[in-house]
Design a protein around this ligand. Structure first.
Ligand code: ATP
Length: 617
């Protein structure tokens, strides 16, 4: 089965490589703990064999009335069982410690790989999101492979110990017991593959279930859910997804129940036959009482240990199948093609040109841009205007190279932006997106994320806040710039962790300040920078923007046409192309799309309910 290039059942070689990779990571993350864990596990696994031999000796001594050394044997049994009890607790602690340390490095590696992806398409790909979810699960318990390896190794020690003892009594039974384990292992591995494939299949249902659950526990969604009484609707949808996933799990569980019951019955049959043989042999005088006890303990021990080994093998296999998701993310190549030689991107001198740019989000999606030709001259402001869905934000994302044009090219002073590393391009850009992020960090940090190199520069942060008309708001907060902008981390120990919430417009101004902190960049992209601002703030912000923009290159997207009438050039996007282009006055005179949009908006500000007239209709 394949999905988006990922095989659910990898080859043996891939599994082996994954096993080496995950075990070497465990070794690098927690070498001392791993060695101690192995030592303790070894003690635990040798103990049953030692106890069986000591019991045999006790029984033989009793049968032969040799009571002299019984006390010593009893003390030895006590010492061994005490060591086992202590070892089991130590193993538990060491196992958890190995898991904790390895999980930290696994998550580090996984999220470093996720952050390395330069484009956005991966986050819009359901297969990638499923893989990421499974990879996170795998990275949360990376020590499982060690557990299973240790279990298998302990089982092997026990098996070897008992097989030796069993072979002394009955070589034929030894072979039979060992052979019986082979089909069990093969069948269990097949079941394991089925389980992993099922987990992959139910991934979308589990993601939807998580989405509904998260929606019902999110403050931002709580208003609408209550007002529109969506609680039952969302809960039922969540339960429907859960039932779908549960039905698939149940089917596999039932298959496993049937098959594993059969395997258990077969193994009990072998043990029963052995017991009958041992009793008959004891009756004939071929086995002593100690031999019978040893034989019974050895059969149970070998079968039990083989079961442990089979289960460990299956778990290791399952873990490695899941680990494949992690490996595929960590070793994935760049999501956007990178230039062979990482050349630098010089400061903008002439301008940015979109040459016959076509774009759609994927082969299954409609064309958004259908041959856009546009020039953004250095030092000028170009405003993008158009109806909802015209592709304005898409064009802004292409300028930042979050996606590559499906056809055509974007040239920075004549250099195709695909020929420079994405980070070199982005270092030259400042942007305020329409769907900016409200970070649950302090006010200062919310601005500083615009340029982390300036995180300690209080003066620059305050200046950006003043330009975005948010400085007074921030200084009035309980801890000023140190105020946490979240109510989600309240704690009795830390007074400052109990933060505050901002209004929509205040958040927008902070996002603007974030963009202003990068004022020295070559290109500024502002996507609806003032949509949530009150009229005074909007006036103030646009006054600042005019100041900041002057002599700088910027692309501004706005539905507030009054705010962009003074820009150098207005570009109207419609039907995926540049439909109109020019200054405000010229476009009004042309009487096209811009004139119609402008006059409709202007009519809303007039007292009289006048319909647009003349060319503007
Ligand atoms: N990530 C995406 N995957 C698929 N389609 C998308 C994606 N983002 C946007 N679209 C689609 O692309 C089209 C253009 O969207 P875009 O956000 O660029 O429009 P816009 O002109 O900025 O609209 P608005 O004025 O409403 O902000 C829309 O039809 C939208 O559904």
């Amino acid at each position: 089965m394949t999905d988006d290039g990922l095989r659910i059942t990898p080859t043996r070689r891939e599994l082996l490589r994954s096993a080496v990779r995950t075990l070497s990571r465990v070794w690098r993350s927690a070498p001392a703990q791993l060695l101690a864990y192995l030592a303790v596990a070894l003690v635990g696994s040798a103990a049953p064999v030692m106890v069986a031999w000591l019991t045999r000796a006790v029984l033989d001594h009793v049968a032969q009335h040799r009571t002299g050394s019984l006390l010593g044997l009893a003390l030895a049994i006590t010492a061994v069982t005490t060591a086992v009890a202590v070892a089991s607790h130590a193993a538990q602690y060491l196992r958890a410690e190995v898991d904790r340390r390895t999980a930290a490095s696994a998550k580090d590696e996984l999220f470093a790989a996720v952050s390395r992806s330069t484009g956005l398409a991966g986050f819009e790909n359901p297969a990638f999101l499923d893989r990421l979810r499974l990879a996170q699960q795998s990275a949360s318990h990376p020590g499982r492979l060690v557990d299973t390896t240790v279990s298998a190794a302990s089982g092997l020690v026990t098996v070897v110990g008992f097989v030796g003892s069993l072979a002394l009594i009955s070589p034929a039974f030894t072979v039979l017991v060992l052979l019986a384990a082979v089909p069990a292992l093969l069948i269990e591995m097949r079941l394991s593959r089925r389980r992993t494939a099922m987990l992959w299949r139910i991934g979308p249902a589990e993601r939807r279930e998580a989405f509904y659950a998260q929606l019902m526990s999110t403050a931002s969604a709580a208003k609408e859910i209550r007002l529109f009484a969506l609680g039952d609707f969302l809960r039922l949808r969540m339960l429907a997804e859960l039932r779908t996933a549960n039905a698939a799990r149940r089917r596999v569980d039932r298959q496993e129940l049937l098959i594993q019951s059969g395997l258990a019955a077969a193994s009990a049959g072998v043990a029963g036959a052995g017991l009958v043989w041992a009793i008959l042999a004891a009756g004939d005088g071929r086995l002593g009482i100690g031999d019978v006890s040893m034989f019974v303990a050895a059969i149970a021990g070998v079968q039990g240990a083989l079961n442990v080994m089979v289960a460990a093998g299956v778990m290791a296999y399952e873990h490695l199948l899941n680990f494949q998701h992690e490996v595929s993310i960590v070793t994935a190549g760049p999501d956007l093609p990178l230039p062979a030689a990482g050349r630098d991107l010089p400061p903008l001198r002439r301008g940015i040109e979109l040459r016959d740019v076509w774009f759609r989000y994927s082969d299954d999606h409609p064309w958004i841009l259908r041959g856009v030709d546009l020039f953004v001259p250095h030092g000028q402001t170009v405003a993008l205007v158009g109806r909802n869905g015209a592709g304005k934000s898409t064009l802004a994302k292409l300028l930042c190279r979050f996606y590559d044009p499906t056809r055509g090219a974007i040239l920075w002073d004549g250099v195709d932006i695909r020929d420079v590393p994405p980070q070199a391009l982005r270092d030259r850009i400042s942007a305020v997106f329409q769907d900016f992020v409200s970070y649950e960090l302090t006010a200062a940090e919310n601005i500083a994320v615009g340029d982390l190199a300036l995180a300690g520069d209080e003066e620059r942060i305050a200046r950006a806040a003043r330009e975005a008309d948010v400085h007074d708001t921030v200084t009035a907060l309980p801890h000023g710039y140190r105020t946490l902008l979240s109510r989600g981390f309240a704690s009795e120990q830390d007074e400052e962790a109990d933060g505050v919430l901002l209004s929509g417009g205040q958040w927008q101004r902070l996002a603007l300040a974030r963009g202003f902190l990068r004022r020295d960049r070559d290109l500024m992209i502002l996507d609806e920078p003032s949509s949530g601002l009150d009229p005074e703030a909007e006036y103030e912000v646009h006054r600042q923007l005019r100041k900041l923009r002057s002599g700088r290159t910027s692309v501004m997207i706005s539905h507030r046409l009054g705010a962009i009438r003074d820009v150098d050039r207005i570009v109207v996007l419609a039907d995926g192309v540049v439909a109109e282009e020019g200054g405000h006055t010229a476009l009004l005179a042309d009487g096209g799309v811009y004139a119609r949009l402008f006059s409709r908006q202007a009519a809303g500000y007039r007292d009289d309910d006048m319909e647009p007239t003349g060319a503007l209709q």
